[in-house]
Design a protein around this ligand. Structure first.
Ligand code: ZN
Length: 148
């Protein structure tokens, strides 16, 4: 039932996780994915900004898997999430996301080869604290945060 979203078929079945050069575990595709193909939805629990701040600063959690839809609505990939929460940030990503209401859909930004790691540009808004980037790209901007 969930394999089709807005007429797009999810490629979630062909994704897997393994250790990543970028950060801990990453999300990889078994098969080649052509540019602009829908890959997977970023699923999780819909929470408020207030809850998101609390969870992001909770050291007992294994990592930050919050995806901000806007200033008030956040998806927490740790609650009822799927494999999309393992997609790491890169300053030169091979995937992008679009919003459909409160849903996040991830597409291929370019042709993706089999067993390539999927990455998106998180584009965090800068609110003071800069988060160091370890994406390893030649064009790495040094921080995961978006430019001012
Ligand atoms: Zn980077």
């Amino acid at each position: 039932m969930d394999s089709e979203i807005f007429g797009f078929e999810s490629l979630e079945f062909s994704l897997y996780t393994k250790d990543s050069q970028i950060n801990r575990r990453g999300c990889f595709s078994e098969r080649a994915i052509p540019e602009d193909t829908f890959i997977v939805e970023y699923k999780g629990e819909i929470i408020s900004a207030e809850d998101a701040y609390k969870r992001e600063s909770d050291p007992s959690r294994p990592g930050i898997y919050t995806f901000w839809i806007n200033d008030n609505i956040v998806i927490d990939g740790l609650g009822n999430g799927n494999i999309a929460k393992y997609i790491n940030h890169s300053c030169t990503p091979n995937c992008y996301y679009t919003f459909e209401g409160n849903r996040v859909l991830i597409f291929a930004l370019k042709d993706i080869h089999p067993d390539e790691e999927l990455t998106i540009d998180y584009c965090y808004e800068s609110e003071g604290e800069k988060i160091t980037c370890t994406c390893g790209s030649e064009k790495c901007r040094g921080f995961i945060n978006a430019d001012e």
